[in-house]
Design a protein around this ligand. Structure first.
Ligand SMILES: NC(=O)c1ccc[n+]([C@@H]2O[C@H](COP(=O)([O-])OP(=O)(O)OC[C@H]3O[C@@H](n4cnc5c(N)ncnc54)[C@H](O)[C@@H]3O)[C@@H](O)[C@H]2O)c1
Length: 338
């Protein structure tokens, strides 16, 4: 069975990530696209060879033709689009964050449960080869028992983009909480194999941006593991691909794993065995985008395969909800306690 896929939102992430993957996927029969901006619609249509009769200004017009949608619009629009698409019987991939508020997140969970349709959120770090390898090593007890998990996530979106898009609008999901910290919460919970039960954090701006560009939280997982996560927007492009400002550090009682988020490598220390650098299998060391590109490819392919195989893991929605609840508490300057 081949699938028809609808794209809602033909902006940066559609163009640079999802469309290049989806137009080549052998399980996809046809891609339909929509964007409220006629110019974006035409540009993407021409770039990816999508026929004019598969391009729509109103996403409602493509829903009858597709099995699933990729919602790739500014974050404040996700909620209404997810609910609408579920109610029209479509499986949903939605870029992170799932939505803006805990109420919206719970409403999505209910509608997903009622309809039995798949909802997956774009937390692509879980598909990065080096982070998958780190997870496998942690499970095997490679560094003993986990004591603490720390994460640093540098991004530059608002500094690099000429159009700035929604990233600088606090009402539309702009700011580093929804852009970067959400990724760290997701990946650290995955490594801990546990949910966060307490979080205390701060967010603010170190210059005159209208949204927060630095966020920092201390977390405690149900398992007892304690951690610390920091997300930062700064114009430090030369540093972006280094292991210093975009990295995770998991400390165990028998060693330390430091997987880089971009470069694809892992530095490890193991008691009695010293320090080593390890790489995921078949890594292309010459391509700094290798791990990132692999993550997006596997993420999108997994969603397509889940539809084909009828695999629906509602826990993924629950995990996305927890992230929204924690971000909401930080925004409101409150402690998060489950
Ligand atoms: N997982 C990741 O690594 C990652 C990276 C970047 C962005 N994102 C997420 O992807 C989403 C989009 O980000 P972007 O940078 O591509 O934004 P963008 O501004 O470049 O593109 C968004 C597009 O959506 C269109 N749009 C808005 N409302 C619409 C509607 N109702 N119907 C159809 N089209 C509509 C806009 O006209 C625009 O073309 C955001 O939620 C962002 O957080 C995720």
């Amino acid at each position: 069975m081949k699938l028809n896929i609808g794209i809602i939102g033909c902006g940066n992430i559609a163009k640079s990530v999802h469309l290049p993957i989806l137009v080549k996927n052998p399980d996809i029969k046809a891609v339909f696209i929509s964007d409220t901006d006629a110019r974006a619609l035409e540009n993407i249509g021409e770039l990816f060879g999508i026929e004019k009769n598969r391009r729509f200004l109103d996403y409602m017009e493509l829903l009858d033709s597709v099995d699933a949608v990729f919602i790739l619009t500014p974050s404040h629009t996700h909620y209404a689009l997810v609910i609408d698409c579920l109610n029209r019987g479509k499986n949903v991939f939605v870029e992170k964050p799932l939505c803006m508020t805990p109420d919206e997140a719970q409403s999505i969970e209910k509608t997903a449960g009622d309809t039995g349709l798949i909802v997956e959120t774009g937390y692509n770090l879980r598909f990065m080869p080096q982070l998958k390898l780190a997870k496998k090593l942690l499970k095997k007890g490679h560094i003993g028992r986990i004591i603490t998990i720390n994460g640093y996530y540098l991004a530059e979106a608002p500094y690099l983009r000429e159009d700035k898009s929604f990233y600088l609008d606090p009402e539309k999901g702009g700011g580093v909480l929804m852009d970067g910290l959400c990724h760290l919460i997701d990946i650290s919970s995955w490594f801990a194999d546990s949910s966060i039960e307490e979080a205390y954090g701060f967010s603010g701006t170190y210059d005159d941006l209208p949204v927060e560009n630095i966020a920092d939280i201390s977390i405690k997982f149900e398992s007892g593991v304690i951690g610390h996560l920091q997300a930062l927007w700064a114009p430090l492009s030369e540093y972006l691909h280094t292991e210093t400002l975009k990295t995770l550090r998991i400390v165990g009682d028998r060693g330390v794993l430091t997987p880089a988020i971009y470069s694809g490598k892992i530095n490890e220390y193991r008691a009695g065995k010293g320090t080593h650098t390890i790489y995921p299998e078949n890594m292309d060391l010459r391509n700094p985008m290798w791990a990132l590109n692999r993550s997006y490819l596997e993420q999108d392919t997994t969603f397509i395969n889940h539809i084909k195989e009828g695999i629906n893991n509602i826990n993924k929605v629950k995990e996305s909800i927890l992230i929204i609840e924690i971000l909401d508490a930080i925004k409101k300057k409150k402690a998060y306690k489950r």
